[in-house]
Each structure stands twice: as C-alpha cells, then as structure tokens.
Design a protein around this ligand. Structure first.
Ligand SMILES: Cc1cc2nc3c(=O)[nH]c(=O)nc-3n(C[C@H](O)[C@H](O)[C@H](O)COP(=O)(O)O)c2cc1C
Length: 432
C-alpha cells in the first residue's frame, strides 16, 4: 500500500529516503545522530532541550495533539527510582500507516529522538512497543537497535559521556486497544491490554508503577530534526499553535495513496494534488481527515480546509493521527459506517459496559440498515446510543466508536433515510 516517493513539501523525517538507506551509516551521512552528539559533547542542559521543544510547537502525533515539551516537563526528573521512556508504535487505527514507514525507512531517527528524550528527562531505560501486524518492521527496528548499540549511540556511557540509555523493542499482538497508552503499559508488563483509570497519569504512575513518558513514533522522530534546524525554524514551517511538518497517510479513492510529509497548515487541496487527485477523475464525496475515529467531513468542505489541528477542528473534525481517508461519489456511506463500526465492536476490550455493549449494538443496527432491514427510528436510536457511550468510558475508544456514527448520520442523513426506505443504496454500487 505505501510506497516511497519524493512528493513531500519541506520534509524532515521522510526526506531523501530511498528504501535502501535506512542503515546507521546512511543516517549519519544525512546528518543523523549529530543532535545527540552535540548535546552530549556540549553538555546542553536538559531544561534547554525541553524549552526548545516547547518553542518548536511540536504537538503529539499519536492523535491527541498534546504539546510534547509540556509533557516532557511533567516527568519528575529527580525521582530517585527507575523511570521509563516508552514509544507507541502500536499504530492500529484504520487509515494510519505512517509509523510503520518511519521504522521501516528511518528507524535511527526514532532511536536518536528517544535517546534525546531520555537525556532530557533523566531516564535510563526505554521500550518501543510495536504493533503485532508489522513483524518485518519490528525485525528491522531490532537490527537498527543493534547497529546503534555497536556504534555507541545506545547503551552504557553513550559516546563516552556519563549518560546511559538502554532501549528495547517489544512486539505486541495487533490489538488496537494497546495503542491507548495505559493499555500499552499493561500489555508491556505482560498483562491483558486494558486501559487504566486515570488519574494517576503515566508521568507519576506508569510502567511498573514508575514515572513514565509515552510518545508516538512520529513525535520522537521529529525531535532530532527540530534540534538541528532550530525550534523557531521548525515552528515557522507550520502555523501558530501548529508547528512543523506532519506525515499524512492518505488512502482511499486517490491515484497515489501513501505517506506525504508536509507543513501543518498545507491546504488539503494541495495534499490531494500530491496524491494524484481523485482516482479515475471521480468526484470527491467525503473525507475522514484524522483516522477512522475522526468525524467524517463532506468533500467540498474538506477541499476548502487546511491541514492543521485548528482548521480541521473548525471544520468539525480532528487532525488525529493524520490518516486521511478519501471517498468518492460511488461510496455508500451506510456501508462505510458499517465497516467502521464493526472495527470498534471487534476491538472494544470489553472493560466498560457502554463500550462493550454499545459498540455491538451500533454495529448490529447499521448492519441491518445496510441489509434492508432498518427502521427510520434507528437513526435517532443510533445517536442516542452514541451519546450514551461518548464520555462514559475509561478510555477514548468509546468516543472513537461513537464519533463516526454521529458524524456519518449528521453529514449524510439523507443517504441513511434512503437506505431504510428503499432497502438499497442511494449511490450506484461502487466500481471498486
Ligand atoms: C483506542 C486508542 C488507540 C490509540 N492508538 C494509538 C496508536 O496506535 N499510536 C499512538 O501513538 N497513540 C495512540 N493513542 C493515543 C495514546 O493513548 C497517546 O495519547 C499517545 O501515544 C501519546 O503520544 P503523543 O503525545 O506523542 O501523541 C490511542 C488512544 C486510544 C484511546
């Protein structure tokens, strides 16, 4: 599905990657590990690194968009016991496939970013939790770790300094819920991956009950580039409050699906152009701009929207993980929602009643509408179930399941009503 190409705008993480140049020697040739080396040689204060990250405007690329510098400042640096750094490569949200490409094509950027994070937060042990369905990438990441250890970029007394950092990879089993940070920690501890009640947050009670910082793969991978080009320059790439570049995974009815790194604030129409436009020249109907849990937006609105946290929120959705799913005029919105709701039903961990029962209930109702057995009252009932899930569960999987249901019915109600009345799609059957 994803392919390497050079159709990015001002890329940092995906710049100059060919598929064969992922090894340490290639990364060093591209200027890799120079930020870590400079930090250790010049003994740059950890507080300075955190201040730089705050100034860069980097926001977490895992979905919630939380400011990274602020998150790093929550780590109690002076805590006397073990502290942990964890990377979330459990990418499982339908539509998202950027983290896979980072560890496939530029794994050392992630390793360097994590080592810098460990230095800044006074941490000596880290883990990268990798999704169970990307085993080849997991093996590659293990190879990259070996290279970094052998070259002295990881391990004891890194580059002759008094900073030590042991980094390990951990292979998950492909459960979407393990992308939720506290379920991930449970799973890393060898337990069933179910989210923890918060507070306490991982910064005070994380892995094995110790202070832990968790960030997404893309978030960590951006760090060396930010320190190399300077925080202000990074921020200036994007828009105020939306600093830097972002990798968008574009899929669906476009000519060239793939990962595109562009500055935040780039018009969606420009991303469409990079992705070769609509497949077969068809008309755009709907876009899910931030992974399957983000509310769907009508195509014509999206074509006028910029790709940054604030603009997408203003248009009624979320930038989320940056997974852009494009649907053309032949797509049936009932069928699309049926597929999405089945995913959340399958992936609910079952811990909270509203999510465990509600996701199955919503799926069954949408299934029956799709199969010509729906009732007009089902639409309001679906909204009511979604209302009773959203905000009422331990983690945000409940919200993730409820939001698409509400948005699809709100944006395309006429199509759902037509389906109920006529017992088939409003649109002709998709050619794909
Ligand atoms: C159901 C669910 C699945 C999630 N999946 C992922 C994921 O695959 N990758 C990820 O980085 N964050 C995921 N998150 C968000 C994480 O809980 C967490 O916010 C993120 O890893 C923090 O990193 P960041 O601040 O760098 O974005 C998920 C959240 C939920 C509720």
């Amino acid at each position: 599905m994803t392919s390497l190409h050079n159709r990015h705008i001002n890329p940092l993480i995906l710049k100059d990657l060919t598929g064969d140049n992922w090894r340490l020697a290639d990364y060093v040739k591209r200027g890799g590990y120079s930020a870590l080396r400079r930090i250790l040689e010049e003994k740059i204060a950890p507080e300075q690194i955190i201040a730089d990250l705050k100034a860069s405007g980097l926001r977490g690329r895992g979905g919630a968009g939380f400011p990274t510098g602020l998150k790093w400042s929550f780590m109690p640096r002076q805590f006397p016991g073990q502290k942990y750094l964890v990377c979330n490569t459990d990418e499982g949200e339908p539509g998202t496939f950027k983290d896979r490409d980072i560890i496939r094509y530029n794994p050392h950027a992630l390793i360097e970013g994590m080592a810098i994070g460990a230095y800044a937060m006074g941490i000596t042990v880290g883990y990268n939790y990798i999704h169970g369905e990307i085993f080849q990438e997991y093996l590659r990441f293990e190879e990259a770790l070996e290279e970094a250890r052998a070259a002295g970029f990881l391990g004891d007394r890194i580059l002759g300094s008094d900073f030590s950092f042991q980094l390990h990879a951990h292979h998950g089993y492909g459960a979407y819920i393990c992308g939720e940070e506290t379920a991930l920690l449970e799973s890393l501890e060898g337990k069933k991956g179910q989210p923890r009640f918060k507070p306490p947050f991982p910064a005070s009670f994380g892995l094995y009950g110790k202070p832990t910082t968790i960030n997404n793969t893309e978030t960590f991978s951006a760090v060396p580039f930010i320190l190399n080009i300077g925080a202000e320059n990074y921020a200036a790439l994007g828009k105020p409050n939306n600093g830097g570049t972002k990798i968008f995974s574009i899929s669906g009815d476009v000519e060239r699906p793939g990962n595109y790194e562009v500055p935040l604030g780039t018009p969606f129409a420009k991303l469409m152009e990079l992705a070769g436009g609509m497949r077969g020249g068809k008309k755009i109907k709907a876009v899910i701009p931030g992974g399957s849990s983000a509310p769907v937006i009508r195509g014509e609105i999206m074509m006028e929207t910029d790709l940054d946290y604030d603009s997408i929120a203003k248009a009624g959705s979320m930038l989320g993980s940056g997974a852009v799913i494009v649907m053309d005029e032949t797509r049936c919105m009932v069928k699309a929602l049926e597929r999405l709701s089945y995913f959340y039903y399958e992936e609910s961990c079952g811990q909270c009643t509203p999510c465990r029962e509600g996701t199955g209930w919503m799926y069954r109702m949408i299934h029956r509408i799709e199969h010509g057995e729906g009732r007009q009252s089902d639409l309001d009932m679906l909204n009511s179930i979604a209302d009773n899930i959203q905000g009422r569960t331990i983690c945000a999987l409940g919200d993730a399941a409820a939001m698409p249901v509400r948005a699809f019915i709100k944006q395309f109600r006429e199509e759902f009503e037509y389906h109920v009345e006529h017992k088939h799609c409003l649109v002709p059957v998709s050619a794909y």
